[in-house]
Design a protein around this ligand. Structure first.
Ligand SMILES: Nc1ncnc2c1ncn2[C@@H]1O[C@H](COP(=O)(O)OP(=O)(O)O)[C@@H](O)[C@H]1O
Ligand SMILES: [Mg+2]
Length: 382
């Protein structure tokens, strides 16, 4: 037996063992690892039922380094998936297969702790007939990403946000992220602050605006909602034939927050064609046609529940969240690259400069972006 074959057999055995812990009927056929996620370990397992059907499932280990309290994450995921199923089934009985469903585990919960397999595991239905893309390549995909996450926010818009707990506290508290940067720059443990003076100066100019959304939330001008917090295109399952969005996945970071955080992160990840660590900054800029498609998709799904204060800040949120990620990369660079994995010297500084360049580009287009939003909103009102 070749080493490769041996490894495959060992993986299949492990997958069958994990699958055995869940309410899955039929005979195990095969298992494979899905490698395009970055956080969890994900396997797909196939079972043959008595009547000869092949059913596929997703077995996933929750990353307990990122999520310090996996049981809290699972309680959030449970509530959100059930609420969405309830809502979809009231609309269309056959819609349930088109959304994530948790399968019960031995012991009566929706997850099981398997020390021999590295931690906490859960089982979902495999969303059939769909695929994912890793990055947005065209405006059609930007539209679908906006539509998918807008639909998600719509589906959970009538849940009570206090029922969902913060799995990563202060995730999008930009003023606090900035304070952490200033603290790192003051201490300067790696003596790197001098190299970052241009970036620190730019951020000091922008700092008065970092608290805008949080302050509006505190004053009750922006509603606290349930948000996804990882709105990348590879968390959207698209129909294999039509490429239309079917549902969003990866619900571990679902938390109470602002709808604008999700939208802002979509602007950051779906409107620029350069990678997050592109060094040629002339390639790093917002592409307006991508923004237009993104916001069209988002409003087609979310226009019904968004308030004017939310729609007034769609462009601003793109600038804010992009800046916030830039702040986090820069902080990590100053701290000595402890949080984000790096592949080369100065990697986090490259990323920080990239994101700040994108933020500048978004900032310079903000009036045009917001004019486009207003034009769309006017068309809905007609
Ligand atoms: N229920 C599912 N049906 C089909 N494919 C899935 C399902 N869940 C996850 N996947 C695939 O596995 C990948 C990683 O899963 P994801 O939940 O996004 O984990 P991560 O947190 O590691 O990104 C997804 O990008 C998708 O391609
Ligand atoms: Mg994912």
């Amino acid at each position: 037996m070749s080493p490769e074959q041996h490894r495959n057999d060992a993986v299949a055995e492990r997958i069958a063992h994990i699958g055995d812990q869940f309410a899955i009927g039929g005979e195990f056929q095969y298992g494979e690892e899905l490698r395009n996620g970055h956080i969890n370990t994900t396997y797909r397992a196939c079972y043959k039922t008595e009547d000869g059907h092949l059913d596929r499932y997703i077995l996933q280990r929750i990353n307990d380094y990122v999520f310090k309290d996996p049981a809290l994450v699972m309680r959030n995921v449970e509530k959100v998936t059930r609420h969405i199923i309830w809502k979809l089934m009231r609309r269309r009985r056959d819609a349930a297969g088109q959304t994530l469903t948790l399968y019960p585990a031995r012991g009566g919960r929706n997850y099981i702790y398997l020390p021999e397999c590295g931690g906490m595991w859960r089982c979902y239905n495999n969303i059939e007939g769909t695929h994912t893309y890793d990055v947005v390549e065209n405006t059609r995909q930007a539209y679908q990403a906006g539509f998918a996450f807008g639909s998600f926010q719509d589906l959970v818009s009538d849940m009570n946000p206090v029922d969902i707990k913060e799995s990563i506290p202060d995730f999008h508290n930009t003023p606090r992220r900035y304070e952490q940067l200033l603290d790192a720059a003051r201490r300067d443990p790696q003596q790197r602050a001098a190299e970052c003076s241009a970036e620190l100066e730019l951020l000091a100019q922008w700092a008065p605006e970092f608290g805008k959304l949080i302050e509006m939330q505190i004053r009750g001008e922006l509603p606290t909602r349930i948000t996804h917090n990882d709105t990348k295109i590879n968390n959207v399952m698209l129909d294999e034939e039509t490429d239309n969005a079917v549902c969003v996945i990866d619900l571990d970071t679902v938390m109470p927050g602002l709808s604008l955080y999700d939208f802002g992160d979509m602007v950051r990840t779906a409107t620029c064609l350069a990678r997050e660590d592109e060094e040629d900054l002339s390639l790093v800029c917002i592409q307006m046609p991508f923004f237009e498609s993104l916001v069209e998709g988002y409003l087609d799904a979310a226009n019904g529940f968004l308030t004017p204060n939310e729609t007034d800040n769609l462009a601003f949120s793109g600038w804010l969240i992009t800046t916030e990620i830039g702040i986090r990369f820069l902080t990590d660079y100053l701290e000595g690259d402890r949080y984000f994995k790096t592949e080369k010297p100065g990697h986090n500084l490259i990323r920080a400069r990239n994101q700040l360049k994108l933020a500048q580009s978004i900032r310079s287009r903000m009036p045009a972006m917001q004019r486009y939003v207003q034009r769309l909103l006017k068309a809905y009102r007609k």
